[in-house]
Design a protein around this ligand. Structure first.
Ligand code: PMP
Length: 426
């Protein structure tokens, strides 16, 4: 038994499923989750000292690779000054200003501790601002695990076959209308029926929780115009895409301005952080300025702010996103070549530093139904083959993969060589 196996055995005695977040348990792909002890650049090191090229990046935050020196230095400096004050700090102001500069649709921003808190608070704000109860989301999109949003959810909920979680009151779930991603017909239909009752549309502007599904041309534009027509708010959940697909997020990449934006992952540089923000007029409804309540003991934590600010400053250097996008394109083209040489039906989707791998005969995968039609068993074999070869992919077919700036030629070549061997055996 290796150390991961013995740790997993022990973990299961004390922690439900042995993990603190469900997808980590390898339930979808089978086998024992790998326990890690350190990370550096593009690599993870497990408790048995095996190295892996990492395409999970802590599920998104590690856009610059693990242990970026600027972020480590900022955190070390901050720790010496105190761990938490529960009172305002200068670094929060600097962080808020930086976020509003990078994402201009955010005129004001409130820091929270996770993506779940960000989306939950944004939904409450949209409801409080509009005085309406209904919200629209899309099947296969995941916005964290708050009650209103755990309806036909993606990511782990989808992986484990519980997109509608027990424990969410039906009376609340009935206010969540779930439509088809990339399908404006379903949106027009819903709005023509109950548009005046809809507080907001929340959408992943690139869906990353049913693998990786970019928006088809016209989809985000269509959402913007239907919201304008009915006085509903458009919320871009950029917890995953923010600062990743472009410095200004998907809204910059696709040039669409949402009313509210939610952020997480990269904004904390690896520390637990989320944020929501948007139009001043809307954000002024949040307490203490307005009546919509939202709060947090550790919100704006100085260490988290230091990590996040160092991250955003480092990302603001010219050319970072171009480099990451080029790395993604190089890798996915290489993977398609290896698949084709091995006679494996395979395609990829990608936007900037996120991408998806699909084992399928289909010519494109743009819809939830097309995602569901892919060969998940084949992905599971590929996953384990790659794991064995020292490449760590997300342990579930429904997750996007993440590139980082630290993925150098050696890491990418290792991945492609591994894929060549694994694809040959699929
Ligand atoms: N929104 C999106 C788009 C996400 O991908 C996630 C997490 N994967 C969340 C919200 C929830 O964030 P957290 O896990 O930090 O609560």
């Amino acid at each position: 038994m290796n150390r991961s196996e013995s740790l997993f055995n022990e973990a299961q005695r004390y922690i439900p499923g042995g993990v603190n977040s469900p997808v980590r348990a390898f339930k979808a792909v089978g086998g024992t989750p790998v326990f890690f002890k350190k990370a550096q650049g593009a690599y993870l090191y497990d408790v048995d000292d095996k190295a892996y090229v990492d395409y999970v990046g802590s599920w998104g935050p590690m856009l610059l690779g693990h242990n970026h020196p600027d972020i480590l230095a900022a955190v070390k400096e901050s720790i010496e000054l105190g761990l938490s004050f529960g009172a305002p700090t200068a670094i929060e102001v600097e962080m808020a200003r930086k976020v509003c500069e990078l994402v201009p649709s955010m005129e004001m921003v409130r820091m929270v501790n996770s993506g779940t808190e960000a989306t939950m608070s944004a939904i409450r704000l949209a409801r409080g601002f509009t005085g309406r109860d209904k919200i629209v989301k899309f099947e296969g999109c995941y916005h964290g695990h708050s009650d209103s949003l755990l309806v036909k959810a993606g990511s782990g909920a989808l992986t484990l076959g519980i997109p509608n979680s027990p424990g969410v009151p039906a009376a609340l779930a009935e206010h969540t209308i779930t439509l088809n991603y990339n399908d404006m017909d379903s949106v027009h239909q819903a709005f023509s029926e109950v548009g005046e009752q809809i507080a907001c549309i929340i959408v992943e502007p690139v869906a990353g929780n049913m693998n990786c599904i970019p928006p088809v041309p016209g989809f985000l534009e269509g959402l913007r115009s239907v919201c304008d027509q009915y006085g509903s708010l458009l919320i871009f959940d950029e917890v995953m895409t923010g600062f990743r697909v472009a410095l200004g997020g998907a809204q910059q990449h696709y040039n669409i301005q949402p009313d509210l934006t939610t952020l997480g992952k990269i904004i904390g540089g690896g520390m637990p952080v989320g944020a929501f923000g948007g139009r001043r007029e809307v954000m002024q409804h949040i307490a203490p300025l307005g009546p919509v309540y939202q709060a947090g003991t550790l919100s704006g934590n100085p260490i988290a702010m230091s990590a996040g600010l160092a991250m955003l400053n480092a990302l603001s250097a010219p050319g970072i996103h171009e480099q990451i996008t080029a790395k993604t394109a190089y890798l996915t083209a290489g993977l398609r070549e290896r698949a084709s040489a091995a006679g494996v039906a395979f395609l990829t989707n990608e936007v900037g530093g996120m991408f998806g791998l699909f084992f399928t005969e289909q010519q494109q995968v743009n819809r939830y139904s097309e995602v569901m039609a892919c060969d998940k068993e084949r992905f599971n074999h590929f996953f384990h083959g790659m794991l064995n070869e020292g490449v760590y992919l997300a342990p579930a077919f429904y997750e996007a993969c993440f590139m980082s700036l630290a993925h150098d030629d050696q890491a990418l070549q290792h991945t492609l060589d591994a894929a060549e061997r694994v694809m040959a055996k699929l």
